[in-house]
Design a protein around this ligand. Structure first.
Ligand SMILES: *Cc1c(COP(=O)(O)O)cnc(C)c1O
Length: 418
């Protein structure tokens, strides 16, 4: 059996097909960044792109840039660049607004489609997971309360409960493909089929999937999807999110945020809303162009590889991390939360520890940046475009030393953002 040591990890890096892409990113010296699942690193070309947008497009060309620099088409043009990463077709994705707002639009549209059906009066349940990212639950809560049409949320406590929970009363199954906390990866094809067999629609949140795991929305026959651009896609802090509506649902896709960017003729300035037939109906109003423009820099890097290569390395990194933590930190009370099976694992790994928050803060002090999530979870994200196997080794050694020497402050105060 091969001994796994630092030398072995250096060898893995030498044969890593994605190793060259690391140089495309600005990575601070002395930092092992394991939080690209929360905020992706900066593509180096983003700086030039920002300069171009600020100095030329805004600074020199001003209003002309809506046409000349293609600002007006940016949501669809970037959506088309993103599409291949998630198994979407061209003209099915726009990059716009936040994930929360896109969830609102997609939930509203799904409920509207269901309300046209003969059994609408009894099909009133939205199913999701209690462990879903809170904003997904909150947006569904907010919309259904506000609609006041008898819709209710059913929160399941484990993925195994889904198949028995989904029934003829289910209007919508709304799931996050990779759980933000545990890293659990749902079988999108299987769950979507279960939902469809009961007449329900299926909305997938790809916040922790896009750019991290292989996704094929068409193959899975999914109905709608949304996701973040500032995580694995490296679009920059607060970058606008994406929304996918397949061609087959576009004509029926109606949401209440009927701003002028979703109008068939925005510059006709008509006194009444007339929805555009295409994917731009998912838009609402003027986009944050400076932030939106940064997203292309991240997508260009993905264009140099394939999601299967990204996925293969992601599994290599997470396998290595799990194995090293479990062997080298074996005497410490760390419990793996993330599934071991490749088919059920996203691209981050979570462990519980009694002093999880304090340990994460100590690691950050020592240059290993992961994050903390309630309850008691240390979360480490692995981003195949710029994380090396040697960094995994070094991160685990720093974790081991921190635990061995108990060099963390168990009474540390929490920051506002954990
Ligand atoms: C990160 C994340 C979000 C973030 O939503 P914002 O509107 O961008 O704040 C939403 N849902 C999931 C599942 C996430 O992981």
């Amino acid at each position: 059996m091969t001994t796994i040591d630092r030398q072995y990890c250096l060898t893995l890096d030498k044969t890593d097909a994605l190793a060259d892409l690391r140089s495309e990113f600005k990575l601070p010296a002395g930092m092992i960044y394991l939080d690209g699942n929360s905020l992706g690193a900066q593509p180096k070309v983003a700086f030039q792109r920002a300069q171009q947008v600020i100095e030329e497009e805004w600074g020199m060309d001003l209003i002309k840039s809506w046409n000349k620099a293609g600002w007006f088409d940016l949501p669809s043009r970037l959506g088309n660049l993103l599409a291949p990463l998630i198994g979407a077709d061209q003209e099915e994705v726009v990059i716009t607004d936040s994930t929360s707002i896109n969830l609102f639009k997609a939930i509203a549209a799904a409920l509207q489609i269901q309300s046209q059906k003969a059994d609408a009066s009894t099909r009133k349940v939205i199913i999701t997971e209690r462990s879903n990212f809170p904003t997904d639950i909150y947006m569904a809560e907010g919309l259904t309360k506000w609609l006041d049409r008898g819709y209710r949320l059913h929160l399941v406590d484990s993925p195994e409960e889904l198949s028995s929970a989904i029934n003829q009363d289910t209007a919508l199954v709304m799931l996050t493909h990779v759980n933000y906390r545990s890293g659990y990866l749902h079988d999108m094809t299987k769950v979507t089929a279960i939902a469809h067999a009961q007449g329900a629609l299926c909305l997938w949140d790809l916040a922790h999937s896009a750019g991290a795991v292989e996704v094929n929305l068409h193959q899975a026959n999914a109905d709608f999807a949304v996701g973040c651009c500032y995580k694995y896609l490296n679009g920059g802090p607060g970058a606008p999110a994406f929304i996918w509506v397949p061609k087959r649902h576009q004509a029926d896709f109606h949401h209440p945020l009927t701003g002028w960017w979703g109008h068939a003729a925005p510059f006709a300035m008509q006194a009444s809303f007339n929805v555009t037939p295409d994917i731009r109906r998912a838009l609402c109003g003027t986009q944050p162009i400076v932030s939106l423009a940064m997203i292309e820099s991240g997508l260009q890097i993905f264009a140099q590889t394939s999601m299967s290569a990204v996925r293969q390395k992601s599994l290599g990194l997470t396998d290595l991390f799990i194995q090293l933590v479990e062997t080298r930190c074996a005497q410490h009370q760390l419990a793996l939360v993330t599934p071991r099976g490749h088919a059920q694992r996203g691209s981050h790994v979570s462990f519980t520890h009694a002093h999880a928050y304090a340990v994460i803060q100590a690691l950050i002090e020592r240059g290993v940046v992961g994050d903390y999530r309630e309850p008691g979870i240390m979360r480490f994200g692995f981003t195949p475009l710029y994380t090396s196997y040697t960094e995994v080794w070094d991160a685990v050694e720093i974790l081991r030393d921190t635990l061995d020497t108990q060099s963390y402050d168990a009474n540390i105060q929490r920051n506002a953002v954990t």
